[in-house]
Design a protein around this ligand. Sequence first.
Ligand code: FAD
Length: 823
Amino acid sequence: MPKKYIVIGGVAGGMSAAARLRRLDEDAEIIVFERGEYVSFANCGLPYYIGDTIKERNKLLVQTPEALTARFRVDVRTRSEALSIDPAAHTVRVKDTLRDREYIETYDKLILSPGAEPVKPPIPGIDHPNIYTLWTLPDTDRIKAVVTHRKPRHAIVVGGGFVGLEMAENFHQLDIHVSVVEALDQVMTPLDFEMAALVHQHLRAKNVGLYLSDGVASFADVGGLVRLRLKSGREVTGDIVLLSIGVRPNSKLARDAGLTIGQWGGIVVNDYLQTSDPDIYAVGDAVEIFNPILRRKGQIPLAGPANKQGRMVADNIVQGNVKKYAGTMGTAVAKVFDMTVAATGANEKALAAANIPHTSTIIHPASHAGYYPNALQMAFKVIFSPDTGQLLGAQGVGYDGVDKRIDVIATALHFGAKIQDLQEIEHAYAPPYSAAKDPVNMAGFIGENILTGKVKVIAWDRVEAIMNSPERGDHVLIDTRTPEEVKLGTIPGAVNIPVDALRARLNEIPKDKKIIIFCRVGLRGYIAARILAQKGYAEVYNLSGGYLTYSAATEKPAISQTFDESIDTGMRQSQAAVPMRQQVVEVDACGLQCPGPVMKVKAEMDKLAAGDQLIVKSTDPGFYSDVGSWAKATGNQVVSLNMEKGIVQATIQKGAGEQRIAEPSHGNDKTIIVFDGDLDKAIASFIIANGALAMGRKVTLFFTFWGLTILRKERPIGGLGKNLIEKMFGWMLPRGSKKLGLSRMNMAGMGPLMIRGLMKSRNVDSLEEMIRLALDNGARIIACQMSMDLMGIRKEELIDGVEIGGVATYLECAEHADTNLFI
Ligand code: FAD
């Protein structure tokens, strides 16, 4: 006797089940009831049709009832709503809405895949005709008609989840100004706050009005527009509102049939996706699903799980409960303007709520090898058990390669891997795709360092809490970046000891305090933490994700303006401040890392006259904020700033601010005494020098004793009339910058080679290029006459551009300086 299967819901889960049933049972009668007009449509593609990325509506219709019937001999009945189920009688009562009639069908096995529907809470005014939700094709058609024919100027998206932000991007793509209103303090709840903060920055960079921590109190009509009054009292007015504040499972049919419903309102199923009635299975958004990371049930409405569950129940029905569903971890990805936002497993908020011990690492790796064009930085967070290393989740935010890394972690999570296992994952590598150590490997290395106690990490919010509490007195906060990076912003209360100067300045760091170290992304912080740990400092913590994470998470942006105000203010600002433009010069700083782009800007701006504009492109995401700080410090003005596909483009107008870049200094010059002749110290000296020059400061480098070797020419100069001792000094001292060793880990010359190789691969200028750049930008390089005499070094032996001077020359320069370094 052929079996009779009924499926309720004809899209993701339902249609997967129906097609698989047919592939397993050619003789069965299979009926699909779908209350809407369409089956198997691409609900995930709806926002992109509205935004015109998908041009043809037909493309959304992955299958038609006719095609499904032809291929799978499935009886697809659209406009057929299942009204009730009688589990005892094995019947379903159906309403044919086209013909307006009701009838009953019997079944042997029933599959429920009725999905979910958007939440519409009873907020006053929520039925305004210009408030829409997006879940079905008819919803899409309505919104498409509005954006096409009524051409709204301002769209307000209520809810900053995946669908809400996808729609924000698509409205924006249609040149509609967008505001996002979110009751929580962050968008994208699968992310932890500091990762979401990067999305906030990106949304603001795209000129999206962002109203966080502010739910809607009421909607009101203002001449056909919708005015939202927010809980804070602020008001936002728009032509169209998209409500996207979550979905609730369509479980009424199951509840009315007496099936067990869980605490989240979804249908309860066992491991085989069987409901409390053994002849009824349920899949997709309508069911409560086991989350194997949080070890509890919840609602995770995603297309991937719905499709796979549909396939699995067909196997279980035809072959007799052969497959167990392992649960849903919540692996998800979304395109948010130019960014990719992705997550898998649990985030720290959820783990804390579930009392599951966890720790994490945040890194900022490049999407592929830094020396290959268009490598773009991402933020990548991996969460794991502090006891065993068991992986618990990961989040990624960036412009390229984020989805790939999240999928690798999702796979590792699926197979129960530990963070240590990530170290050894062998990935496909070539420069356009990855680095020899992929970000996933890097997370594994750091995870292992944490687990084995080689480094202790501290999160941004803990640092913020410490620095704003009496605990502050027990801690020393050390910024290990260069002084120039520090100028662009640091954590209040931090002491700047660049990592390369740390060993020489250990006496400034008390041993009886807890030390918090940070750098830009965490790498120099880690090196510094290792130095201190080995020098006997017991409690040293490296800030996870570095200043990049801290600054994004603690940023307090100005409250978003309303649509009209923002336009108005923008116009007024541009009319008042920007003088007439003369020459426009374009420069490409892509591939350079901080402070490279700023230095390049400085070099180019020096060539321009007041009123000229420089358009600069950079792939360093930090440049987005750095360029504003630089312009402010140097009296220039950023007249436009945007980020497209991870490339920051800034237009800077020379001399439009109050200060002039070329003005004489007023006591903020920098002087550096270079005493040692080590490669690392020389590099550090010139990084600082060039950074200061980029900020428009005068720099003097005074080379004395062993430092003089940095300035020696490569080739020996004969005929200088040296005596024997002077000649011996000449033979023994390194001949020029290329022959210098490292102060530590020299390893018979291997160390310098490795450092130079690393610098090259990361697009950092070589020491020789740095010296040339410093001279070109006006640095005074003074060789100490007295040391030269003692060591028998002659002027002819030094590189071009070096002045010979005495201590008075140095002291005269130092009098105008606010920073004197001894390296
Ligand atoms: P659905 O696919 O929603 O199908 C349920 C069907 O059941 C509906 O057509 C409904 O009309 C029908 N139905 C309900 N009750 C009855 C009844 N009583 N009788 C007959 N028929 C009934 N997920 C992702 O993983 N990635 C994405 O990028 C993504 N983007 C999305 C974008 C949008 C705009 C939307 C709306 C959803 C998106 N989703 C995405 C979510 C994903 O589409 C759902 O998780 C998935 O479709 C759920 O499958 P389902 O079978 O449970 O429900």
